[in-house]
Design a protein around this ligand. Structure first.
Ligand code: IVH
Length: 672
């Protein structure tokens, strides 16, 4: 394709992707399949790689991330991002209204009410209609420039629908939609990792992640609620809201203009229950004087505007009887105590169970059998027990004692120093752990054997036919036929599903092994880096640490897994069964010209993505490490590389090469 054609194709694809994005995220409609969408996105990514100069500043490819930011530059806000005065009382609102009225010297003003979204405040700057910067609130005066991460939030327009020229800023709240938060935690459970307790903190942590591709996967969203733009047509906050809506910003349609404080109170009551149905956590409402002139007249105190106030809903709480405390055993052996409750209606749902987290929590609550407890649904999705109604305690009630033995298999529980969670160490003999591991092994992101389910696994386990994933591959037609409810067709289906598992790529098999802290993404990184299971099993702690994104916790867990004989035997059996325990042929090293050479990659490249560059180095026998030391052979420097790295490399006299020089190095090495 010549550049002229490429330019046309890039613009065409970008246009279409923007259109379908907008349709999906703003209007909740689709016109094409996910597959078609992904294909267009991949075509565009490829074209942009081939013709980097032609990439548009608002290219939809930025939505999928890919930028790794080692640090986020600090940026000063154009005006401080202030907080709001808070109240829980309606009388305070009436007093606020009195202050507004006296301050303005008239009763001729209106309010604009919005919900108070419980997320992370963001400031977005647009220049000539294009998003150029996204910054966190930080301390209110300055925040972190997290633009690559912000660009992955699909509902934030990369280019606005307006021909407005010049610069303006919008502010709003980024959040993880409730449903996505639940999905994210499900993925954490599958990976054997601890779940996130609260959506707000998770959104905040996500926005500061170094890998924007991971941010993209978390599917954040953002509601905008403030605009700084000098345009005579904008006289009220309501005008700003409408301007933002027209320009393509995601504004929650829950707002309302109110002509007096009575209407404000009615708005508060209207949303008290209804807000539970919204996709985002809300903790109150924000009341703003509508006229911008009147806002200016009222001005600010040192900390917050005099023209706005937040009313916070009391965190919803209910009291109910504790019927029992049960203890769940996860596939990793982790024990979770659960309060079984007399069902109670709370914040839109009936609550029957609440997590008690761990033994410390039971001690903190001084929980006794048959206590009446308070349950709350604050920022968290899973309700929690927040306290005990002491006056309702039975005179001779016994305290809840954390068991010393596993409730499932009777093995003495262990608790590692410094950890709050108890574990059952009987990995090979404890039923829920065994079944849980097989369930994980066949789950969608691992071997994806959907002809097998929880129930069948349980039946096979009860018959003594299934102790580990490898046993699946020894199952015979007769054995399955004998199970309750199985006929010829369903049996063949199960066997077909198991057989198909042998074609699943290495990274997914690795994920399926259920090594603690090795989620799907980590498994992919490890598979790409080590190429096969034997290399991974041999890798020392340091070598594991040198893999990008692998920290000490994961490295120790991988080492621990492969130090156990049982696991090595299991892997041997999986190998013999014919599972993919190495990368496919095409991913194998293509030469050894970079053998023994170490590289650090820093900055952004034009021809290669960072992952491709890493892949290329590895496929020619080289090694990519993350930190610069005197032993390093090359620093491949792209655009915008961190100054600290450059300084260190220069000091240590490391060979600093450009992307072009890297290509030459490769060509020369291949020629020798
Ligand atoms: S307006 C001068 N509107 O609440 C402050 N803030 O305590 C103007 N928030 O930092 C903020 N929903 O992060 C405004 N509809 C809304 C909001 C909202 C949530 C957050 C925001 C702000 C904090 C103020």
């Amino acid at each position: 394709m010549n550049p002229e054609e490429a330019k046309k194709k890039i613009s065409d694809l970008s246009e279409k992707l923007h259109y379908h994005n907008q349709l999906y995220y703003m209007e909740d409609r689709i016109e094409i399949s996910d597959f078609e969408f992904d294909q267009m996105m991949n075509d565009l990514i490829e074209l942009e790689k081939e013709f980097p100069d032609l990439m548009l500043p608002d290219s939809p490819t930025q939505r999928v991330g890919g930028t790794i930011s080692k640090e986020f530059p600090t940026v000063r806000h154009s005006s401080p991002m202030l907080s709001l005065g808070n109240t829980y009382s309606e009388q305070d609102l009436i007093d606020f209204d009195g202050r507004v009225s006296r301050g303005l010297g008239t009763d001729n003003y209106q309010y604009f009410c919005e919900l108070k979204f419980d997320g992370v405040a963001l400031s977005l700057t647009y220049r000539d209609g294009i998003l150029v910067r996204g910054v966190t609130r930080g301390d209110g005066v300055q925040g972190d420039d997290i633009t690559p991460n912000v660009k992955t939030i699909r509902s934030i327009p990369l280019r606005i629908h307006s021909d407005y020229t010049g610069e303006f800023e919008v502010r709003g709240e980024a959040f993880i939609p409730k449903e996505e938060f639940v999905n994210l935690n499900k993925r954490k459970v599958q990976a054997g990792e601890d779940t996130y307790a609260n959506a707000r903190n998770t959104a905040s942590g996500t926005l500061k992640m170094q890998d924007s591709a991971e941010v993209a996967r978390r599917k954040l969203d953002c509601y905008l609620y403030s605009l700084t733009l000098t345009d005579r047509s904008i006289e009220t906050h309501e005008d700003s809201i409408h301007w933002m809506e027209k320009a393509g910003f995601n504004v929650s349609d829950t707002y309302k203009k109110c002509s007096d404080i009575k209407e404000v109170l009615a708005y508060i009551h209207e949303w008290e229950e209804k807000r539970q149905q919204l996709p985002v956590e809300t903790d109150g409402i924000v009341i703003k004087v509508n006229s911008l002139d009147q806002q200016n007249e009222l001005g600010f105190t040192a900390k917050s505007p005099r023209w706005a106030i937040a009313y916070k809903y009391k965190s919803e709480s209910a009291e109910t009887a504790l019927l029992d405390v049960t203890y769940q055993v996860g596939r990793t052996g982790a024990i979770t105590p659960v309060a079984e409750l007399d069902p109670v209606f709370l914040a839109g749902t009936t609550v029957k169970r609440a997590s008690l987290h761990n033994a410390n929590e039971i001690v903190r609550l001084d929980l006794h059998h048959k206590d009446v407890v308070f349950v709350e649904k604050g920022g968290e999705i899973i309700p929690k027990v927040t306290g005990v109604k002491l006056e309702a305690r039975h005179a001779n009630a016994d305290p809840v004692i954390y068991p010393a033995e596993c409730p499932e298999c009777g093995t003495a529980l262990v608790r590692t120093e410094g950890e709050a969670v108890h574990y059952c160490p009987n990995t090979m003999g404890c039923a829920p752990q065994i079944k849980g591991r097989v369930e994980h092994f066949i789950s969608r992101k691992a071997l994806d054997i959907d002809s097998l389910g929880e129930q069948t696994i349980s039946l096979l386990f009860d018959k003594g036919l299934l102790h580990s994933p490898a046993d699946l591959f020894d199952l015979t037609y007769e054995q399955i036929m004998e199970l309750e409810g199985f006929k010829d067709l369903s049996t063949k289906n199960v066997l077909k599903g198991i057989e198909a598992g042998k074609n699943i790529p290495f990274s997914r098999v690795l994920f399926g092994l259920g090594i603690r802290f090795v989620g799907a993404t980590v498994a992919e990184k490890l598979a790409t880096h080590f190429g096969n299971i034997d290399n991974l099993a041999k890798a020392g702690f340091e070598e594991l640490l040198s893999v990008p994104e692998i920290g000490e916790k994961i490295a120790a867990s991988v080492n621990d897994y492969f130090s156990q004989d049982l696991n090595i035997k299991e892997i041997d059996r999986l190998k013999k069964a014919g599972l993919q325990l190495e990368l496919e042929e095409s991913d194998q090293p293509s030469s050894d010209v970079l053998n023994g050479k170490t590289f650090v990659i820093s900055g952004v490249f034009t021809e290669f993505s960072r992952d491709e560059l890493k892949q290329t180095i590895k496929s020619h026998g080289g090694k990519v490490v993350s930190s610069i030391s005197s032993k390093l052979d090359y620093l491949v420097a792209g655009e915008n590389m961190g100054p600290a790295k450059l300084e260190k490399a220069t000091k240590l006299d490391i060979n600093i090469i450009s992307e072009q020089e890297f290509k030459e190095l490769l060509a020369e090495a291949a020629d020798v």
